[in-house]
Design a protein around this ligand. Structure first.
Ligand SMILES: [Zn+2]
Length: 675
């Protein structure tokens, strides 16, 4: 019997034949594909011919073609439509794939060939793109330790394995502390809480058999409690418990883990020949160096702090008017900011919702892509993995560009959040391969016959993920390893966050934000309140975020601190942290930085991307037209079509003529007025 995952696919556009694939097909397909990959790797490493670009680097690009095709289907399903069988397969595949990855990166004969091609690079007449792929391939080997031998190689292996144990412990301790703490609310303790908070608190109490409503440390409960509770004493108690996660002493305390992690990261960087862990981490990023990151963060920090301090003075007056003496405290901020928000930008979600229909917002995202890049979207019926999935043939001037797949509604089998993935990426090495791009969201599904309605945040999410999709669909490179969104982490959110700006273009909203029943456009007053509410309290949000990013950077760009809590206090003192705001994530519960490597000395990258998207959209504003054809063409020719074939900073300079400045971000966040 043949396995449909390994057959040729004769479906429209070569989409996976979901109608004939069953869960039982995955394990044998992955086994066969892994065997094929291993044979390919061995053939490259043992090739008797002298190493050259085609027989080594291009051969490596192709080595996992079958594996990539099978896993592209599997991981799409595992995220968007899981079931117990698929969850079990995920647990089976993870160690198999990580073992294969280590085998490849530790293959000395293979690395020797890559190194030989690298050393001869000037004699090989390579294209710019080939030189880039060669550099990235070799760098990947070197960064995982391929250059090390003997004791140094053993030490690196030991450091990496201990780090992964510490990351898991950090996460588990945090979860334990979050589960452990709760505060029961008596009848007198509900003052100020709206019905939805009381309902959530009751549901949480029922789950814990607490005999009444409770506050837990889950963000979705404690944040609204801090916003609405009139009981200052209870706000303080809850806030302090929230801030103490991971620092409660005993078995689940994360402070020792943080110290050991920082020390091991320093060891890892030094074994690989870097001065600091931040130097190691930032080498692959657009920012490049710790100094570039700090410069950018500090340019945002000062105006954000000034704005936050001006807000604090207003909120403190409100506190005093309520009969309290003394300073505004961290557990007061959200409460008084919420009161002030109601006065300034009262926004009734129920009034807004009928204007934001899912189908109209999809049309809006497509219409903008049509005006900017000439793309057309034609729906078609093809093999889908779920009945809610919709597909479009994307074309330009009659030529097929991509398949776009939209999977918008929440369901139990889907993980939370929203994301963009490619079941197949664009490349030309194995023929003219056009991408299959999926946007997955978790919007509430309407009752049968009713239109699906979105919140403004949902609509932003739709545009955001569609921006990632454009980055995949407009990709125009030869090699898959640098295709579409395969770019630096601090660059990958540029196309997505940039696309959100078109949702806020008034002519887009007035055309597409129409009432579900009457068809009337959104009234201007409502539109203004909606846009105003979205940028409210930015001083606070920017300060709590940037402080965390500066502490993350301070931990990694010098010698490891023996006492991270003391180092954290010193950094906050140096930057003059406002009294009533604390870090968004303090060290003992800073999972971005300590639960794994992902965002360590990388927490800054959200802000980095936002600086870029604001600055990039300003190019359209300067042209006097949000759809300026020349600017759009330049955006496609540089950022959107190049994937990782060119260094991110070079791409940005090619688009904008210079590196991004912070002015547009400060203006967008309303922080330009306070300083
Ligand atoms: Zn994103």
């Amino acid at each position: 019997m043949t396995n449909p995952l390994l057959d040729d696919w004769t479906t429209p556009f070569g989409l996976p034949p979901f109608d004939v694939i069953s869960d039982d097909d995955f394990a044998p397909a992955v086994d066969a594909a892994l065997a094929e990959s291993r044979a390919n790797i061995a053939a490259i490493a043992e090739n008797p011919d002298a190493p050259d670009f085609a027989n080594t680097i291009e051969a490596l690009e192709r080595a996992d073609d079958t594996l990539g095709r099978v896993l592209g289907v599997f991981y799409n399903l595992a995220g968007a439509d899981s079931n117990p069988a698929r969850e079990a397969l995920q647990r089976t595949f993870a160690p198999l794939l990580s073992a294969y990855g280590s085998e490849v990166s530790e293959n000395k004969a293979l690395f020797a060939r890559v190194e030989a091609v690298w050393e001869n690079r000037d004699t090989l007449d390579l294209t710019d793109e080939q030189q880039r792929v060669l550099m990235l391939t070799r760098r990947g080997f070197v960064r995982s330790g391929a250059n090390l031998a003997g004791k140094a190689a053993e030490d690196l292996r030991a450091v990496k394995s201990r780090l992964s144990v510490l990351g898991t412990e950090f996460t588990q301790n945090l979860l334990a502390d979050e589960r452990e703490w709760f505060m029961v609310l008596g009848a007198d303790d509900l003052a100020g809480l709206p019905d939805f908070v009381v309902a959530t608190a009751k549901a949480a109490g029922a789950e814990k058999d607490a005999g009444g409503p409770i506050v837990t440390l889950s963000r979705s409960l404690i944040v609204p409690f801090l916003q609405f509770s009139e009981r200052r004493d209870l706000r303080q108690k809850a806030y302090e418990a929230w801030g103490a996660r991971g620092a409660n002493g005993g078995e689940t305390d994360n402070r020792g883990i943080a110290a050991e992690t920082l020390k091991l990261r320093q060891d890892r960087a030094r074994l690989l020949g870097y001065d600091s862990f931040a130097d190691f981490k930032l080498e692959t990023e657009m920012a490049g160096t710790p100094k570039a990151v700090r410069d950018l963060l500090m340019q945002v920090w000062e105006p954000a702090k000034a704005a936050a301090e001006a807000d604090a003075a207003i909120l403190e007056k409100m506190l005093h008017a309520d009969g309290f003496d003394g300073q505004l405290e961290p557990w007061d901020w959200r409460f008084y900011a919420e009161k002030r928000r109601k006065e300034l930008h009262d926004l009734d979600e129920a009034e807004l919702k009928p204007y934001l229909q899912l189908d109209r917002m999809i049309e809006a995202a497509f219409a903008c892509a049509n005006r900017l890049f000439g793309l057309e979207f034609a729906p078609f019926a093809g093999p889908a993995y779920h009945p809610d999935v919709r597909m479009w043939d994307v074309s330009r001037d009659g030529e097929h560009v991509a398949v776009f797949i939209g999977d918008y509604f929440a369901r139990g089998s889907k993980r939370s959040g929203a994301w963009c993935s490619a079941m197949r990426s664009q490349q030309r090495l194995s023929g003219d391969i056009r991408p299959h791009v999926v946007n997955v969201c978790n919007f509430a599904k309407p009752e049968a016959g009713k239109p699906a309605l979105l919140s403004y945040d949902d609509a932003r999410t739709l545009f955001h993920e569609f921006g990632h999709a454009l980055h995949q669909m407009l990709s125009d490179v030869t090699y898959e390893s640098i295709s579409g969104t395969s770019v630096a982490r601090d660059f990958v959110e540029l196309p997505s966050q940039l696309y959100e700006h078109w949702l806020d273009v008034p002519e887009v909203l007035s055309e597409f934000a129409t009432h579900a029943e009457t068809g009337a456009p959104m009234p201007e007053d409502l539109l203004n309140r909606m846009l105003g509410a979205a940028t409210y309290d930015m001083g606070f949000q920017t300060v709590e975020y940037v402080a965390s990013a500066l502490v993350d950077l301070g931990f990694h760009d010098g010698p490891a601190a023996a006492d991270p809590m003391q180092r954290q206090a010193e950094i906050l003192e140096e930057i003059g942290m406002p009294h009533a705001i604390r870090m968004r994530h303090a060290t003992p519960h800073f999972a971005h930085v300590f639960a794994g490597d992902g965002y360590s000395s990388g927490y800054y990258s959200y802000m980095w991307s936002e600086v870029m998207d604001a600055d990039a959209f300003a190019a359209f504003e300067e042209a006097g037209n949000p759809f300026d054809p020349e600017t759009a063409k330049l955006l496609e020719d540089t950022v959107l079509s190049s994937g990782g074939s060119v260094d991110a900073a070079e791409l940005y300079k090619a688009f904008r003529g210079r590196l991004p400045g912070v002015e547009a971000l400060l203006k967008g966040r309303g922080l330009d007025k306070a300083a």
